[in-house]
Design a protein around this ligand. Structure first.
Ligand code: GLY
Ligand code: MN
Ligand code: MN
Length: 395
C-alpha cells in the first residue's frame, strides 16, 4: 500500500534518490550526507523566503533532521548555525568533536575549550547581527538563548518553527520508509502481544511485555502507557501497579523508534464480555477514526480532520468526552507539526504523516481510543498502521 502511496509522492523535490541500504550502521556515506546537504540547502531557501538571516539550532530533532547527527544535549553548548547564504557551521565542545568528525564534509566544525564561553564563539562566527533576524530552534534551552542574546546584540529574535515545520512536515522518501517500517513492526508486536490474557497482570507488567515485544522487533526507545478500568478514562494516564481485572477496558498507547522516527499506536481491548455501552462507545470511536481518515486529502485544512471526528462523536452524544485534538504530526518527534486541531487552517499536503486518534473518556468508568499513523497522499489518506481495529475481547 505504501509503495503506491510513495509513487504518488514521487514528484521531484520530495523524492530523494539515494536511500541508505544499511541503516542500522548509520554509515555516513557520501549518499547519506547528500540527503542532509539537500535539507540544509532547502532550509536556506526557506530562510530567504521567510526573511531570516540566521538559523540557530541546538541538540534536537531539528538538528538531527538537518545534519543526521543526534547531538548530545547537555549543559555544554552544541549549536548549528545556518546562515541564509554560506556554509553551515556546528559549534561543539572540544571533547565531543569526534562525534561530528564524520560530518566535516557537510558542515564546518568549530570547537570550544572547557574554559571558553561558547556564546562568544557563536557571536564571532555570526558576525554583526544588528538589524538582522535570527531564528532559534524551539528546543534550545533558555539558558543558552539568554547567553546568545547577550552576546549578539541588536538582532530580532524569532522562533524557527515556521522554517523548520515547512521542511519537516513533508516527509521525504527515506523518512516515509522509516515511519512505515516503525509502524509495521509495532503492529507486529501487538499481534503477538494480544494473543495472551491480561487479567491478573498489573498495568506495568502488561506494558513491559508489549514494550519487550516491540524492542524485539528492532525498535529503540520503546515508550508507552497502559491504562486499565477507570484509569482508561485518563488519556495520558501514568502506567501504574493496578491489577487488570475482568470487566476492564484496557488502553495501550505505545511505540518506539527506528533511526529516531517514531511509531505511535493506540488500541483498546476489553477483558471479558463488555457492556452494551462499552460496545457502543467503541463503535463510535472506531467510526470516528475512519471518518478522520476519509477526510484526508491535500488542501483540506488540518482542523477539518478534527471536525470530522468531533462532529461524529458529538452527534452520538459524547462530544464533551472527546478531550483532545484528533491528531498530531509524527516523525523525529512523537508530537510535531502539523496539529489536527480546531483553529489550525493549515492545508494538508501530500507527504504529511500524522496520528488519527479519536477517543471518548467517561470519568470513573472507562475510555476508548483508537490511534493509527496516517500518510496524506495525492489521492487521500493511507494508514501506516494496520493492526486490527476490531474490538478484541481478552481473558
Ligand atoms: N494522545 C492525545 C494527544 O496528545 O493529543
Ligand atoms: Mn499515542
Ligand atoms: Mn499520538
Amino acid at each position: 500500500m505504501l509503495e503506491s502511496a510513495l509513487r504518488v509522492l514521487d514528484t521531484g523535490r520530495d523524492r530523494v534518490e539515494i536511500i541508505p541500504t544499511r541503516r542500522t550502521e548509520m554509515a555516513t556515506t557520501a549518499a547519506e550526507l547528500g540527503i542532509y546537504a539537500d535539507r540544509l540547502r532547502r532550509a536556506q531557501e526557506e530562510l530567504v523566503r521567510q526573511g531570516v538571516d540566521l538559523l540557530l539550532v541546538g541538540p534536537s530533532s531539528d538538528f538531527r533532521y538537518l545534519t543526521g547527527h543526534d547531538a548530545h544535549l547537555s549543559e555544554r553548548l552544541t549549536l548549528l548555525l545556518l546562515p541564509r547564504e554560506g556554509n553551515p557551521t556546528v559549534v561543539v565542545p572540544v571533547l565531543e568533536a569526534p562525534t561530528v568528525a564524520d560530518r566535516r564534509d557537510l558542515v564546518d566544525v568549530h570547537t570550544w575549550e572547557e574554559t571558553q564561553a561558547p556564546s562568544d564563539l557563536v557571536a564571532t562566527l555570526a558576525g554583526d547581527v544588528a538589524g538582522k533576524t535570527v531564528a532559534v530552534g524551539d528546543q534550545l534551552w533558555s539558558v543558552f538563548l539568554l547567553r546568545l542574546q547577550a552576546a549578539m546584540p541588536g538582532a530580532t529574535w524569532i522562533s524557527a518553527t515556521p522554517t523548520m515545520r515547512t521542511l519537516r512536515m513533508i516527509k521525504d522518501f527515506p523518512e516515509l520508509e522509516l515511519l512505515q517500517d516503525a509502524a509495521r513492526r509495532t503492529d507486529d508486536a501487538w499481534e503477538e502481544f494480544i494473543t495472551q490474557p491480561l487479567a491478573g497482570q498489573t498495568e506495568r507488567e502488561a506494558l513491559e511485555r508489549l514494550s519487550a515485544l516491540t524492542r524485539q522487533r528492532g525498535l529503540a526507545g520503546a515508550w508507552g502507557l497502559c491504562a486499565s478500568g477507570p484509569n482508561s478514562a485518563s488519556p495520558h494516564h501514568a502506567t501504574s501497579d493496578r491489577v487488570i481485572q475482568p470487566g476492564d477496558a484496557v488502553i495501550f498507547d505505545w511505540g518506539g523508534t527506528i533511526e529516531g522516527y517514531y511509531s505511535d499506536v493506540t488500541r483498546t481491548v476489553h477483558v471479558g464480555e463488555p457492556s452494551d455501552e462499552f460496545r457502543r462507545v467503541y463503535d463510535i470511536v472506531y467510526s470516528a477514526n475512519q471518518a478522520t481518515l476519509d477526510a484526508v486529502r491535500p488542501g483540506v485544512p488540518c482542523e477539518a480532520l478534527d471536525e470530522a471526528a468531533r462532529d461524529l462523536i458529538a452527534g452520538e452524544g459524547y462530544g464533551a468526552a472527546f478531550l483532545h485534538r484528533v491528531g498530531h504530526g509524527l516523525g523525529l518527534d512523537v508530537h510535531e507539526e502539523p496539529y489536527l486541531v480546531a483553529g489550525n487552517d493549515l492545508p494538508l499536503r501530500a507527504g504529511m504523516v500524522f496520528s488519527d486518534e479519536p477517543g471518548i473518556y467517561l470519568e470513573g468508568r472507562f475510555g476508548v481510543r483508537i490511534e493509527d499513523a496516517v500518510l496524506c497522499t495525492d489521492t487521500g489518506g493511507e494508514r501506516l498502521n494496520n493492526a486490527t481495529r476490531e474490538l478484541i475481547i481478552v481473558g
